[in-house]
Design a protein around this ligand. Structure first.
Ligand SMILES: NC(=O)c1ccc[n+]([C@@H]2O[C@H](COP(=O)([O-])OP(=O)(O)OC[C@H]3O[C@@H](n4cnc5c(N)ncnc54)[C@H](O)[C@@H]3O)[C@@H](O)[C@H]2O)c1
Length: 432
């Protein structure tokens, strides 16, 4: 089976590489970005994902996977085409489907044999129907069989390869036995549970899953804020809750809010879709509001303490929206750094792998380092934005030794209150 994949981002590239890894011998990944394709051909991953580059190189050397910008040659004789391009947020909160439509048109004009088109991107309910109709209308070789199936992706950045090779479930939304059989064949080597629904339900499973997780985070952040007022410790509260199987132990950690390329846009897109259909999704609306308020909580608190940031060295530990990824999209660090810069701070930022992407946002407005020592040296305030291992395992006495004033505001609850107190550090965290 010839498999083509449109888009070599976090989802497309990982999907392509993993499909090759399970034995498919004809996987072709398409991207419009020439530099990305060049880099992929040289065995260099344009994104940071644990274990990805090794599998890329292995399967490229085996001749199972290739990369191209020439979409016509990739799509014309493909049996199955996965669409994994971005669906970013529009200014009104709705999902921007321009990239999906662009690929749909390219596919419709290129295919020369029957093909199943599978939408992996996160798209609003009804999009698969609309894209199928759009492609049928623009199909150059009329008479060919072309059907669209939904196959939302659930991988998490940082563990994308593992999540794909060992997924909790594969969701496929189909309208025919033909589509179902092709997807069953593609996914059988993964030996994972396959959930088959219609296209609308598959599209909704993706949004409902992401929005539920976002809601869980916002709920704990809301509880954390109340814990601070009434004198409870949210970490202890979360631990106590986690024993209940109905609640589960994951996504109970309070912090400075969710970011990344999915939760912020997927909550807004479902909320928009709901309003558009005359229904108010109150829980999701609340999750969005709590998250917005949470992001700047610590920077605002720091300002109250130091009164002014002007000319002061402020250390920011962690740039990416979470550890394990180089993705800066919607990272809480962005609004915090903007807040600091607007108030005249001299910002020094530490990150393990996010510096190159952060430079695209802040250029030389801030200083970057992969050394925590360098970043906190002489700083008057330290804000912790991402719980990178290096931050969590950092020798806390060094805040005392290296900072001008040991004031640490921790947005990820990396340290124990007692340890920080005993070390003589003025320390604020979330919900404790
Ligand atoms: N990133 C995640 O963790 C994740 C997880 C699950 C689902 N999703 C969803 O998957 C989709 C893709 O997300 P991503 O993070 O992988 O996006 P991304 O921005 O990392 O990658 C998209 C890629 O598509 C390419 N592209 C754009 N137009 C193209 C075209 N016409 N032909 C070929 N390539 C084209 C871009 O150059 C880019 O490389 C989104 O809908 C997202 O919501 C993402």
């Amino acid at each position: 089976m010839k498999i083509a994949i449109a888009g070599t981002g976090y989802v497309g590239l990982v999907t392509g590489v993993c499909l090759a890894e399970v034995g498919n011998e004809n996987v072709i990944c398409v991207d419009v970005d020439e530099a990305k394709v060049e880099s992929l051909k040289r065995g260099i991953s344009p994104i940071y994902e644990l274990g990805l580059e090794e599998l890329m190189v292995k399967n490229y050397d085996l001749g199972r996977i290739d990369y191209t910008t020439d979409y016509v040659s990739a799509y014309c004789d493909a049996d199955i085409i996965f669409i994994a391009v971005g669906t970013p947020e529009r200014s009104d909160g709705s999902a921007n489907l321009d990239y999906i439509k662009e690929v749909a048109l390219q596919v419709a004009e290129s295919v020369r044999k029957d093909v199943l088109v599978v939408i992996k991107s996160t798209v609003p309910i009804g999009t698969n129907d609309a894209i199928e109709e759009y492609m049928q209308k623009h199909l150059k070789n009329k008479g060919l069989k072309l059907e669209v199936a939904s196959n939302p992706e659930f991988l998490a950045q940082g563990t994308a390869v593992k999540d794909t090779l060992d997924a909790s479930r594969i969701v496929i939304g189909v309208e025919s036995e033909w589509a179902r059989n092709i997807l069953n064949e593609i996914y059988s080597p993964f030996e994972q549970p396959i959930v088959v629904t219609n296209r609308h339900s598959a599209e909704m499973i993706k949004y409902a899953s992401n929005d539920f997780l976002a809601l869980k985070i916002s709920f704990m952040n809301d509880i954390a804020n109340l814990c601070e007022i009434v004198g409870a410790n949210v970490d202890d509260v979360a631990y106590g809750m986690s024993f209940d199987d109905r609640i589960g132990s994951k996504f109970l950690k309070a912090g400075i809010g969710y970011g990344g390329s999915c939760f912020p846009k997927d909550t807004k897109a479902l909320h928009w879709l709901s309003e558009h259909n005359g229904y108010e999704l109150k829980t999701v609306k609340a999750a969005i509001e709590v998250n917005e308020n949470q992001k700047l909580k610590l920077a605002k608190k720091a300002l109250k303490i130091v009164e002014s940031f002007k000319g002061k060295k402020v250390a920011v530990l962690g740039l990416t929206f979470k550890p394990g990824t180089d993705d800066m999209r919607e990272a809480p660090s962005i609004v915090n750094i903007q807040y600091l810069l607007e108030r005249g701070a001299d910002v020094w930022a530490f990150d393990m792998v996010g510096i190159e992407n952060a430079k695209k946002i802040f250029g030389n407005e801030i200083n970057y380092s992969t050394s925590i020592d360098e970043v906190i040296l002489g700083a008057e305030v330290c804000l912790i934005m991402t719980e990178w291992k290096d931050v969590v395992e950092y020798e806390i006495d060094k805040y005392m030794k290296l900072m001008k004033k040991p004031l640490v505001l921790d947005g990820r609850n990396c340290y124990s209150l007692d340890e920080m107190k005993n070390a003589g550090i003025e320390y604020y965290s979330i919900g404790r």
